[in-house]
Write a protein that binds this ligand. Structure first.
Ligand code: HEM
Length: 124
């Protein structure tokens, strides 16, 4: 039987190609989100960050890629990220998934993974 749960999260996100598109959409959302845009505008190399986010997504969803970036705690340490910023960044991600045609059960799976990382991002 072919159901949504019969494939990996990586497959359901459209593998590397789909995740690249989702991440492009995510960065677009961040850069037009008044609550967080300056965070990303201040990055020294947003193209590199975007590439690492693609890797992070791919590896975390069960793809064959290796994540070459820093862990979440090290990345966000000292940024003083607020609860509001965390929530709105997750909203940006959910909107990117919807724009890319990802179904609700799959979006919820990503939501649970992102939420589980809050202790490594908020005010660390
Ligand atoms: C669960 C939520 C989040 C995940 C999974 C995540 C993931 C990542 C990843 C993978 C990177 C790249 C790290 C690297 O280049 O080594 C990154 C960088 C970054 N994140 Fe997050 N992030 C999250 C939440 C947030 C929030 C809430 C903010 C604040 C608005 C934020 C701000 C940033 C910034 C500004 C960078 C770029 C740092 C630089 O220029 O090197 N992140 N994040």
């Amino acid at each position: 039987m072919h159901t949504a749960t019969a494939t990996t999260l990586y497959d359901r996100l459209g593998s590397h190609e789909g995740i690249t598109r989702i991440t492009r959409e995510l960065m677009k959302n961040h850069l037009s989100n008044p609550l967080v845009k300056t965070r990303y505008e201040n990055s020294e190399d947003l193209a590199r960050v975007e590439q690492r986010v693609v890797e992070f997504f791919c590896a975390g969803a069960g793809g064959p890629q290796t994540y070459s970036g820093q862990d979440m705690l090290t990345t966000h340490r000292g940024m003083n990220v607020s609860e509001q910023e965390f929530i709105t960044v997750i909203d940006d991600a959910m909107n990117a998934l919807e724009t890319c045609g990802i179904d609700a059960p799959t979006r919820n799976e990503v939501l649970a993974i992102l939420w589980s990382l809050k202790g490594e991002v908020i005010r660390v």
